[in-house]
Write a protein that binds this ligand. Structure first.
Ligand SMILES: *[C@@H]1O[C@H](CO)[C@@H](O)[C@H](O)[C@H]1NC(C)=O
Ligand SMILES: *[C@@H]1O[C@H](CO)[C@@H](O)[C@H](O)[C@H]1NC(C)=O
Ligand SMILES: *[C@@H]1O[C@H](CO)[C@@H](O)[C@H](O)[C@H]1NC(C)=O
Ligand SMILES: *[C@@H]1O[C@H](CO)[C@@H](O)[C@H](O)[C@H]1NC(C)=O
Ligand SMILES: *[C@@H]1O[C@H](CO)[C@@H](O)[C@H](O)[C@H]1NC(C)=O
Ligand SMILES: CC(=O)N[C@H]1CO[C@H](CO)[C@@H](O)[C@@H]1O
Length: 837
């Protein structure tokens, strides 16, 4: 028996070895102190994050192709547990959740993949990617040494690893995945978990290693990552980062290309110059693998946004915009940098490194391999340009920039000299229809009568305490009703002329009703906690019905113990009477009353009014008596898809807050009426020089953070499509319209010696608005000629070279534009603005 067993396990061992190495295409991934090695060769790896559920399978090939064209070697993604296992042991890997299809699309494009399994993701994703049923399991504690949690985490991690293995997607099996990640930024939050956190971390490492995936594991932001986990850096800059083991390379897992947006917030923007500076500094200081977070941000469809209050758009100011268009100049400026870095791969990964301090925050780093030297020269001074003399030539390194030089002589690239055009996006109204006037609407009220009038049987269960919302709803809906009956007899001391309802609220949005009548609504601003206090004038003797509708807008996704953040109406909830004669205040605490609970709204969650079946089956009222600014109202219209292939958006101007659906698919929550504050949009702050953070350069003060919502083409049919809006606060749908987004024009500013490429990205160049070679001033839209100007008319030259073409390229030189006089020491530039057809 024993022998038999041994034979069996020996055999198994052989089979395992065979199955790991059988493929002739297997890629060996290893690491040393310099780089990740692919089949024994050190590599420079440029990677970008694209989260598969934030776009559609139909968009993936194009996004990944553009990533490859942009000079990336790898695509990185998290795995989103709550999308895949919405109900315990019931899985969804279809459509946008088709992880395997996504990884195969990456493979088909010939790129590597980095799989951050987590399964905690953060990512501004609802509840950080954790399913809410997990939180509701008895005895569970998340992200710590807790058996219930660890069993579930292992179960899901194993499921993903097995799925990926079955498709041979790990590099060790010939697949694209070169690295995997367990946990995520735990180092940032670990201290409050104490020893249990440390034990959990060690367990994560062991559990990961036991998965036997044949490629290295990463742990980001984890300076004490146990071996063989590779600890990596996340941040705006990572050049000062050193890994915790001399035998692992310096890896940057999240280089934040921009920042996310939130309802009621401003729009953040990070300049191309500064992102390029951060990347060049990282490679200058020995980094060899970096990942852009995000390369394509995309859209938080449905109820997937985290938060609270993360917006539906997750554009992130990434190199590919929300719709998959190039975000120029960021995309092109980084592409040029990637090409230069790849051309230096051998020097950067095998070369001898020599650092020279040139004074005043200027350093030169040379990488010499065999006969070739490549150099980086950085100027970290935030205001003063540096001029250095190399080989008898003067070279200007602008403040806060890095130059990269071939042979340490010829400048190939400078992070502050942007030679890529700035594309100007145009919104074109739906050419298939005359919107918005052509859209005809029908409507229905959301039926809340039985909840606010206390009809019997409307609730699901009762409780004598105020319950936390997630624990009741399992997050199957944003909405939860808290309802109670209060008997006020004739002699109750509470009676007065000034009676009010007070709710100590931890919810995001509250709508309060007494005896069928609305008494007020309120939403959290700044802190996700507010005190509701509204006068009520319809309390009556006898039975009173109090109905409180609590709504969430994305569950918290970050912080120590973020999962324990309570949301809902935990009270106290009181009726307060103030006597006018003696100022006496009498309160009646309702917190321990019997409360009846009902999850969701009738139309939204039970009848699914947005679904294809209900949209046609149920009666909708026509436009004649359509209410405007009415709370809890449904609107419906049909539309033809805009012509062409450009991305489609729906402009929801006029609407308040709610959720939008196209052909039964949720395109996300909307919230136009929560406006950003008026302060802080100082464009001078957008100078690329100096440390960036997400508050440095913001736009859109006093406005709504998002009025346009992406409608992926694959959601649309050729003939008739349906848009359904659930409006919670009150809005006016008559301004709603569909549009396409395209390049309307472009500006460029290129230095002498460079070649400028101009493109309408699929459309024709129809005109040249401005062109000047010399020292033009101003910026896109307001360029002006300077004193120095080439002898030939720049506009005529560009018209000849470009108009009527999709793209054109022109050498920026005196040979083309003629000798320029009066230019002094200044380097000459070409400024141009083109118009697209
Ligand atoms: C996950 O747990 C279920 C039981 O709930 C079990 O049947 C299944 O085999 C487990 N999966 C893995 C990969 O461990
Ligand atoms: C930049 O250089 C100037 C001139 O040498 C110096 O006075 C200043 O302190 C430097 N500033 C920074 C931030 O390096
Ligand atoms: C370089 O700059 C220095 C100082 O401005 C100047 O004296 C010198 O002539 C310049 N050399 C060249 C080759 O332009
Ligand atoms: C939430 O989940 C529990 C079991 O975990 C279940 O009893 C309850 O009915 C669920 N509630 C809703 C609203 O889905
Ligand atoms: C209101 O709720 C908050 C958060 O749950 C709690 O900290 C606070 O003590 C409550 N206020 C009162 C008066 O109970
Ligand atoms: C610390 C932190 O905020 N972590 C985050 C890093 O960057 C993005 C922010 O967009 C998150 O998704 C990370 O998890």
């Amino acid at each position: 028996m024993k022998n038999h067993n041994m034979m069996f396990s020996l055999l198994l061992g052989i089979i395992t070895i065979l199955s790991v190495t059988h493929s002739t295409f297997a890629t060996e991934v290893s690491q040393d102190g310099r780089a990740i090695l692919i089949n024994g060769e050190r590599k420079i790896i440029l990677s970008g994050s694209i989260h598969y559920p934030r776009s559609t399978p139909e968009m993936w090939p194009d996004l990944i192709k553009k990533s490859k064209d942009g000079g990336l070697d790898a695509i990185e993604t998290y795995v989103f547990w709550n999308s895949h296992e919405p109900v315990r042991r019931q899985y969804d890997f279809t459509g946008r959740n088709n992880l395997i299809r996504f990884l195969k699309t990456v493979q088909d494009a010939g790129l590597y993949a980095i799989l951050r399994i987590g399964p905690y993701a953060c990512a501004e994703w609802n509840y950080g990617g954790f399913p809410v049923w997990l939180h509701n399991m008895p005895g569970i504690e998340l992200r710590t040494n807790n058996k219930v949690f660890m069993d579930e985490m292992q179960n899901f991690t194993t499921l993903i690893v097995d799925m990926v293995k079955n498709e041979n997607l790990f590099a060790s099996q010939g697949g694209p995945i070169i690295l995997a990640q367990i946990e995520n930024e735990y180092g940032n939050v670990m201290a409050p978990y104490g020893d249990a956190g440390k034990e959990y971390l060690n367990w994560c490492a062991k559990m990961a290693v036991a998965q036997n995936i044949g490629v290295p594991w990463l742990m980001c932001q984890q300076s004490d990552a146990p071996q063989p986990m590779i600890n990596t850096c996340n941040g705006w800059y990572c050049h000062d980062f050193t890994p915790n083991n001399p035998n692992v390379p310096k890896i940057w897992t999240e280089n934040w290309t921009g920042w996310f947006k939130a309802w009621g917030g401003k729009r953040p923007y990070r300049t191309s110059e500064d992102v390029a500076y951060a990347v060049a500094r990282f490679f200058q200081t020995g980094g060899t693998l970096q990942n852009y977070y995000m390369y394509h941000g995309g859209t938080n469809f449905g109820r997937t946004t985290g938060g609270p209050y993360i917006s539906t758009s997750y554009d992130y100011d990434a190199p590919l915009d929300e719709y998959g268009n190039l975000n120029q100049p960021k995309y092109g400026h980084l592409k040029q940098l990637h090409d230069v870095l790849h051309s230096m791969e051998k020097e950067l990964t095998y070369g001898d490194i020599l650092k020279t301090d040139l004074g005043n925050s200027v350093t030169m780093t040379s990488y010499k391999y065999q006969d070739i030297s490549s150099c980086f020269i950085n100027n970290d001074n935030t205001s003063v340009d540096a001029t250095i003399t190399l080989d008898g030539q003067n070279l200007t390194i602008p403040a806060w920039s890095v130059s990269i030089l071939h042979d340490c002589k010829h400048e190939l690239y400078n992070t502050a000299k942007v030679n890529t055009q700035t594309s100007l996006k145009a919104r074109i109204s739906n050419e298939a229809e005359q919107e918005p006037t052509s859209l005809s609407w029908s409507w229905r009220p959301e039926l809340i009568g039985s909840y606010v009038k206390g009809d019997v049987g409307v609730g699901e269960f009762t409780s004598d305490v105020l319950l936390e919302q997630k624990s009741v709803t399992n997050d199957t809906s944003d909405y939860l009703w808290y309802m109670t009956n209060v008997n006020l007899d004739e002699n109750d001391p509470i009676w007065s002329d000034d009676m009010s309802l007070q709710v100590n609220s931890s919810t995001h949005v509250l709508h309060a009703y007494v005896n069928g009548k609305e008494v007020g609504s309120q939403y959290a601003q700044g802190h996700y906690h507010f005190f509701f206090d509204q006068k009520v004038n319809n309390f009556k003797k006898g039975n009173n019905i109090i109905s409180l509708l609590s709504a969430t807008v994305g569950l918290q996704n970050y912080g120590p113990f973020f999962d324990k953040t309570q949301v809902g109406l935990m009270g106290p909830i009181k009726i307060v009477g103030k006597k006018s004669n003696n100022n006496e205040v009498v309160t009646k605490d309702l917190s321990s009353q019997t409360w009846t609970y009902a999850t969701g709204l009738q139309g939204l969650d039970n009848h699914k009014l947005y679904s294809e079946e209900s949209v046609n089956a149920l009666k909708w009222k026509d436009e004649r008596n359509m209410p405007i600014n009415r709370k809890m109202t449904w609107y419906k219209t049909t539309f033809e898809p805009p012509l062409g292939t450009e991305p489609v958006i729906v402009d929801l101007s006029g609407m308040g807050k709610g959720e939008a659906f196209v052909n039964g698919i949720s395109i996300g929550r909307f919230w136009q009426t929560y406006l950003a504050g008026n302060d802080g949009c100082d464009l001078k702050a957008c100078d690329y020089r100096g440390q960036y953070d997400n508050n440095k350069c913001v736009f859109n003060c006093g406005k709504s953070v998002q009025t346009e919502y992406h409608v992926p083409r694959s959601f649309l049919r050729d003939d008739v499509n349906t848009l359904v809006l659930f409006e919670e606060f009150g809005g006016n749908p008559t301004q709603v319209s569909f549009k396409t987004v395209r390049t309307g024009g472009a500006c460029a500013n290129a230095y002498e010696g460079k070649t400028i490429e101009l493109s309408c990205e699929g459309r024709y160049i129809s005109g040249i608005n401005f062109a000047s070679f010399g020292n033009p001033t101003g910026s896109c839209g307001s360029f002006e000629k300077g004193l120095c100007e080439g002898a030939n008319d720049a506009k005529t030259i560009l018209t000849k070279a470009c108009v009527g073409k999709e793209s054109c390229s022109v050498d920026v030189s005196e040979k083309v534009f003629g000798a320029a006089s009066n230019c002094g020491d200044e380097s000459k530039r070409l400024a141009v603005e083109i118009v697209c057809q």
